[in-house]
Design a protein around this ligand. Structure first.
Ligand SMILES: Nc1ncnc2c1ncn2[C@@H]1O[C@H](COP(=O)(O)OP(=O)(O)OP(=O)(O)O)[C@@H](O)[C@H]1O
Length: 297
């Protein structure tokens, strides 16, 4: 698969902040890549350099073989950024038509109305839409030029459950047609279900890169959860072998372990006052927390 996006040793420094450090990435055509990281990790800065809105301090970025700020790249790229801006005194359909007019091969208006689920609102002023509806309009505007590459920076913030479903279905359908999608999100379950590849960034550096399954498996953690009876005190669990982490939420306890088979035997041997025991594989959320905590050490 050819790389449609390449970053080679990219750095971005603001006054006093080294936001992106020596980032090298190759993104293949037709893939969905999630950039994950805590607040301030450098995700938005990365997306904004890929869009040509900011220049790297050092390093090189190529989009479809050219510079991100060239007209060829701009015609082939769509973006949904964190700031929502709607134009005064234009209806939803007029706003979509205006954006369609910027491109050589725009998508049909009816298609944009369908993927945003805004058919009923098409004659309303864009300023009168709800927050979630404005996000959906933003998505349609990002898609107006039928982009080869789509950037989605925290796209589902403010969307209700139904809107999210429609949104991710449209994104998946787009990837199915060979489009390349880069997204950032703090909803890790969404990244887990939608992304082919996950890149975890912390303090401007890549600290993990793989499929969701690889990222989860690399951490090798599983969970034992149970309800603690009145007799069980937190110090009864301290020092038991095989516990990597313990979280109490009221009487619910979550133990993280690399060897849950051994740990469950230990809990039973100690005849602890516990019930409703469940063993589960760690999710992306747990893998993410472990990675970030590990990187801070
Ligand atoms: N225009 C700017 N001027 C100075 N510093 C900036 C600027 N933009 C971002 N930064 C800093 O660069 C770092 C990375 O910020 P960035 O917005 O890229 O992070 P992020 O991963 O997108 O975070 P979030 O999840 O909160 O959106 C932060 O320390 C931020 O304060």
């Amino acid at each position: 698969m050819p790389s449609v996006i390449t970053m080679e040793h990219v750095d971005k420094e603001y006054k006093g902040t080294h936001a992106v450090k020596d980032l090298s990435l190759h993104i293949e055509e037709g893939t969905v890549t999630a950039l994950l990281g805590p607040n301030g990790a450098g995700k938005t800065t990365t997306v904004s350099m890929l869009l040509g809105l900011q220049k790297p301090t050092r390093g090189q970025i190529r989009i479809l073989g050219g510079s991100p700020d060239q007209p060829e790249a701009r015609q082939s790229v769509g973006a949904m950024l964190q700031d929502i801006s709607v134009i005064d005194r234009l209806t939803v359909r007029e706003t979509m038509d205006l954006f369609r007019s910027y491109y050589v091969n725009p998508l049909p208006l009816a298609h944009l109305l369908a993927i945003s689920g805004l058919e009923k609102e098409q004659n309303k002023f864009a300023t009168s839409l709800s927050g979630g509806q404005k996000r959906r309009l933003d998505f349609a505007l990002a898609m107006a030029g039928d982009p080869k590459i789509l950037y989605l920076d925290e796209p589902t913030v403010g969307m209700d459950v139904g809107s999210r479903q429609l949104f991710w279905e449209s994104v998946r359908a787009m990837a199915g047609k060979g489009r390349t999608i880069i997204l950032t999100t703090h909803y890790l379950d969404e990244a887990d279900s939608i992304a082919d590849r996950i890149i975890v960034i912390n303090q401007g550096k890549v600290i993990a890169d793989g499929t969701p399954a690889e990222i989860k498996a690399a951490q090798g953690h599983k969970m034992i959860t149970f309800t603690a009876g009145e007799q069980l005190r937190p110090d009864s669990l301290e020092g038991l072998p095989g516990i990597a982490d313990t979280v109490w939420s009221g009487r619910k306890v979550k133990l993280t372990s690399t060897d849950t088979d051994q740990l469950i035997r230990t809990l039973i041997q100690h005849n602890l006052d516990i019930r409703d025991i469940e063993i589960s594989a760690g999710g992306l959320e747990d893998a993410f927390q472990t990675l970030i905590q590990g990187d801070a050490k």
